[in-house]
Design a protein around this ligand. Structure first.
Ligand SMILES: [Zn+2]
Length: 314
């Protein structure tokens, strides 16, 4: 008789949404689910999502990805951003009590990197750098097949490398971080500023929509709107500048670029690669493959589940 299969659950909690994935022991997605959550009721709501996927099956562990920094030694969350107290107080302990299953917490970019590494665009590489470019910009490093989280768990914060020494104040306290020019809200801010001061840009369809998003900028660029295309290309240059530094520092085998901003596809990937080529040390550039992520929004929950699976092995 064969033993029953043990599966794993990963949950990505961001804002008012929890995105959960049930995966088998090889990391194949069995089922995913999205639920609305509220900060106050977070623990019972997460427990309900997990129970909904569990349905009496054997679950080896739960991985939880959050948009904050996690100290893996203490399993506590250190939050530079506005995370609710249900996350920052004792999410790890509360969730284990509520579900009776071992839980592991991880930063969202680390989790997404691990998902791409194991079953997505990072497959086959031993070393990779992952960037998640969305509302913020996160990054993660996989060295010799393992997530390398640094001295205290915070490695890979590529969104906070300085791109413009005279730039705007960032949430981290520094000025001119990559995140202040290339995150989704920063793309919208830059586009607005330019629409306000440059009369030729009023030809852009974006000028007709007062509350456009970064997604709209990408969409209009795809539709052939010159102004939107220029905004996407400039964003690509900023990201490429950051990626060039990563390549010079790590001589890494593969760069995987994910997050909502990368939904612009080739329109943003090509200027990124051009800028990296222009700026990176040539032998490092030639040794690196720069690719778009493959798992989309499931990267973080799948990666969190696999990190939980491998937590005891590593
Ligand atoms: Zn910063």
């Amino acid at each position: 008789m064969s033993t029953p299969q043990t599966n794993f659950i990963g949950v990505y909690v961001s804002g008012t949404q929890a995105r959960a994935a049930l995966v088998d022991s090889e990391g194949s997605l069995i089922q995913s689910q999205v639920a609305e959550v509220t900060p106050k009721e977070l623990i019972p709501q997460l427990a309900a999502v997990i129970e909904g996927l569990r349905r009496g099956q054997s679950i080896g562990a739960i991985g939880v990805a959050i948009p904050g920094l996690v100290n893996r030694q203490t399993d506590r969350v250190i939050a530079p951003r506005d995370l609710p107290p249900t996350i920052t107080s004792n999410l790890h302990g509360d969730l284990m009590r509520a579900t009776g299953i071992r839980a592991e917490l991880e930063n969202d970019a680390n989790a997404a990197a691990y998902g791409e590494f194991k079953v997505g665009a990072g497959r086959g590489a031993r070393n990779l750098f992952y960037m998640m470019i969305g509302n913020g910009i996160g990054g993660a490093i996989i060295l010799d097949g393992k997530l390398w989280t640094g001295a205290s768990g915070f490695a890979g914060e590529v969104g906070h490398i300085t791109i413009d020494t005279e730039g705007l104040q960032c949430v981290c306290g520094n000025t001119g971080c990559l995140e202040t020019v290339a995150s989704a809200p920063s793309i919208v801010r830059r586009a607005r500023e330019r629409l306000n001061r440059d009369s030729t840009s009023s030809l852009s369809r974006l000028a007709l929509n007062k509350s456009f998003t970064a997604e709209d900028v990408a969409h209009q660029a795809n539709e052939g709107d010159d102004f939107a295309l220029m905004m996407i290309e400039r964003t690509g240059k900023y990201i490429g500048t950051g990626v060039a530094s990563v390549i010079n520092l790590l001589n890494i085998e593969r760069i995987v670029l994910g997050g909502g901003v990368m939904d612009a596809g080739e329109l943003i990937l090509n200027p990124i690669i051009q800028e990296v080529k222009r700026r990176a040390f040539q032998p490092c550039f030639e040794a690196t493959e720069i690719v778009a992520a493959k798992l989309g929004l499931d990267a973080a929950p799948i990666g969190a589940a696999l990190l939980a699976r491998d937590a005891n092995a590593n």
